[in-house]
Design a protein around this ligand. Structure first.
Ligand code: GDG
Length: 727
């Protein structure tokens, strides 16, 4: 039976050591509470760091912890020592990824040592999870600490369903590209079948980074990545609604609530709750509250701001500086506006039990959530859920992911303290009916799209994506039907094998001249061609000189430039149709104009063809310019009897008679073959597939639509298949 494996940096249980004894404390954060019910309901395991350094453990502790976590909590620990925590967690995660992804470029550190530890620790997580994975299992990786893990898992376990969810923002491509290790991070993430973000903005940013940095396009948020589909979508994380909505009749809760009510009888309450972090915009918020008091003297003495900041990342110097800055700002406002019997800001630098937070939520007239940047922000949702009376109003900054769902709140720009001050006033003075109307809408949404819904939605989408890949490939896969082809091959004595080159036998390289055949490929082709029963043909769009040089001495028949040139072993090249080049000047002129307008593009001059390559161009530019160039060329080529062939990031113009089908027809004309095989990955190979007789075995490499009867995932699986064909 398949199971779910959750992986996150921290486990939902934290291990501490007090007076030599080990303690197990349940973690409270959004992720831990969010996945709790899913973890408890299903057959599942959770893999993560237990929150204590190896250096604080004694001999035998690891074993004890391992056993306790496994028996009671269904968790598997990944142990980290001080150096790993410093470089991977404090270093790469919190000093590189966290600031950069939250648009704090000046705080972003680039350090090769911390990067190396990040790679090493991701590998360590992989080693912990590897033995647990079986085909069909769902592996759900969480957050920015483990962005290399999906690829590690997928390479070793292609049969696992791999999902990834990022809890922080994914920045715009312009910011993301600053990262030195941007390609490694993207490739790491693309190991997942489904990649989830909180909002559509982050989805767009990620897809745009993938297009610009790796060159992969997407259709409806799905990327055909190598041999799989990767789907990218928004899953705004919800909260455990009932926990915040329920009535508590616990004595201490009621007492706390009564006290709060008593103290603040005649006060309007403004509340904010955050972890200590510079992304949360706490100093800016205090300034805005000061501005509110400045502009509204009538409210002095009548409003109180509860500012709760939970200590976090206290080992990092800059966080301690931030705490000092907050304390200073609080005293500034209190010093300026406070009176003998009234202090405007009550600042708490401590963590409260969740019930206390709920009591605060229920008493606050205004919740001030104004992060400078936040992946989602669950506090805003918790507040709305806690207000079963539909009272109170959230003032929310547009740079919090939650703003895209909670548009009925008072939405402000966190940097504009005039606007935030005005927002506080609007929220305090909002008429009851309006409060109810706005809160009703937000309430409904939060209740429906709660954390269980979120997890289910993600897992359903993961299952659909994996099924799409499997169905597309499995429908006609050579992995499944290959034995029929092999059987037919073995029993035939006259065989014709037509193989395309790029994308079929080798992968794509940034420029065409970098895709030379490696030794393995040369040996494979030589062995196929050495069989006297075989006619082995490489049929490619490449020019004859490159093809001739690269594949020299292998006893192959070569058809270059889509069948225009033919070369038999030991003979010279011959032209298959007589062509002229009278058309070239006018077409080249048009191509030249577009080459100037599309930096990164270039024209490849073939003997009887021109190819326009745009693999290196900026994808957004391609989107606007490419249709223009195609339209311009279509009308010209029609009147000149030329063919326009669209390959992968290349547009080729040539005589309409030179195509792979025609090239193959010349070789099949004189002899009868009992076995015919044609394989290719590109649009131009479709000419070959349509020309070959019905009984031929045609194989498409990749996931696009094709006329071919069979399919395989990649040039690697194609090579493997050829090995088994002759093996
Ligand atoms: C990351 C992303 C994204 C706060 N103080 C106390 C306390 N909390 C609880 C809150 C809330 C959670 O911590 C904070 O969640 P946020 O969403 O606001 O922020 P991050 O911790 O930065 O979380 C964020 C989230 O992941 C989920 O994907 O929304 O954007 O940065 O639940 O109630 N809980 C207790 N005492 C406190 O003093 N018990």
């Amino acid at each position: 039976m398949s199971k779910i494996i959750f992986i996150s940096n921290r486990l939902p249980v934290t291990v501490r050591k007090k007076g030599g004894a080990l303690e197990y404390i349940k973690s409270i954060g959004g992720l831990a509470t969010g996945l709790k019910s899913c973890h408890e309901q299903s057959e599942s395991v959770w893999v993560g760091w237990p929150g204590i350094s190896d250096n604080d453990l004694d001999k035998g502790d690891q074993k004890t912890i391992r056993r306790a976590l496994s028996d009671t909590y269904h968790c598997r620990p990944v142990f980290l020592d001080d150096q790993e925590i410093d470089d991977y967690y404090q270093g790469f995660c919190n000093n590189t990824i966290w600031p950069l992804f939250h648009y704090f470029q000046s705080k972003t550190e680039y350090d090769f040592r911390t990067w190396e530890t990040y790679v090493k620790v991701n590998q360590k997580f992989f080693e912990a999870v590897d033995p647990l994975i079986h085909d069909g299992d769902i592996v759900w990786v969480h957050d920015y600490h483990l962005m290399l893990l999906p690829e590690m898992i997928k390479s070793k376990h292609p049969g696992a369903q791999v999902g990834f969810f990022l809890h922080i923002p994914f920045p715009s491509a312009e910011i993301f590209r600053m990262l030195i290790w941007r390609q490694e991070i993207l490739t790491g993430l693309l190991g997942a079948d489904l990649i989830g973000f909180h909002t559509y903005d982050y989805v767009r940013h990620f897809l745009s980074s993938v297009r610009r940095l790796l060159g992969y396009e997407n259709t409806l948020n799905t990327i055909a990545f190598e041999d799989r589909f990767v789907h990218v979508d928004a899953f705004p994380m919800g909260i455990d609604y009932n926990r915040f909505a329920m009535e508590y009749d616990d004595d201490s809760f009621l007492e706390e609530t009564r006290k709060l009510f008593e103290i603040n009888k005649d006060m309007k309450i403004v509340l904010s709750i955050d972890r200590l972090d510079y992304t949360k915009g706490v100093p800016e918020r205090i300034r805005a509250f000061g501005q509110f008091l400045h502009e509204n003297p009538d409210y002095r003495g009548k409003v109180r701001f509860y500012l709760i900041v939970a200590p976090s990342r206290t080992e990092v110097d800059s966080y301690n500086e931030l705490r000092r800055a907050i304390t200073e700002k609080v005293s500034e406002v209190n010093g300026r506006y406070g009176t003998v019997d009234w202090m405007p800001i009550w600042f708490f630098y401590q963590s409260f039990p969740q019930e206390t937070l709920i009591a605060f939520y229920r008493h606050a007239d205004v919740l001030l959530v104004t992060p400078l940047r936040d992946g989602m922000n669950l506090v805003a949702k918790e507040y709305i859920a806690a207000r079963q009376d539909l009272g109170g109003m959230a003032v929310l900054s547009e740079t919090a992911g939650a703003a895209s769902e909670l548009g009925e709140a008072v939405v402000v720009n966190a940097n504009n303290y005039f606007e935030v001050a005005a927002g506080i006033k609007t929220a305090i003075e909002m008429p009851q009916e309006e409060l109810r109307a706005r809160n009703t809408i937000m309430h409904k949404r939060i209740k429906r799209y709660n954390v269980d819904f979120w997890a289910r939605d993600f897992l359903d989408s993961l299952e659909r994506t994996v099924a799409l890949t499997q169905n597309t490939v499995a429908e006609k896969s050579i992995e499944r039907f290959g034995t029929d082809i092999i059987k037919a091959y073995k029993t035939a004595s006259r065989r014709a094998v037509f193989l395309d080159y790029d994308g079929t036998l080798v992968g794509f390289a940034p420029t065409p001249d970098q895709a030379r055949p490696d030794d393995d490929l040369r040996s494979l082709l030589a062995r196929i061609a050495a069989d006297p029963h075989n006619m082995t043909v490489i049929i490619s769009g490449r020019d004859r000189h490159t093809l001739g040089t690269w594949l020299d001495g292998l006893n192959l028949i070569l058809l270059a430039e889509h069948g225009l040139w033919l070369k038999r072993p030991g003979r010279d090249w011959e032209m298959t149709v007589s062509l002229d080049n009278a058309w070239k000047d006018s077409i080249r002129h048009v191509l030249q104009v577009y080459t100037d307008r599309m930096p990164g593009s270039f024209i490849e001059e073939k003997e009887y063809a021109l190819a326009f390559h745009y693999r290196q161009c900026e994808p957004d530019l391609v989107k606007t310019r490419y249709p223009e160039i195609r339209d311009a060329l279509t009308s010209m080529t029609q009147s000149m009897d030329l063919g326009l062939q669209e390959g992968k990031k290349v547009l080729e113009i040539k005589d309409a008679r030179a195509n792979k089908g025609y090239g193959a027809s010349l070789l099949l004309r004189d002899r009868s073959f009992e076995f015919i095989l044609g394989a290719g990955d590109d649009f131009t190979d479709e000419d070959l597939f349509s020309f070959l007789p019905e009984r031929a075995f045609t194989i498409k490499i990749g996931l696009d639509d094709s006329r071919a009867k069979y399919r395989t995932r990649s040039w690697r699986t194609m090579r493997r298949f050829l090995e088994s064909l002759i093996g």
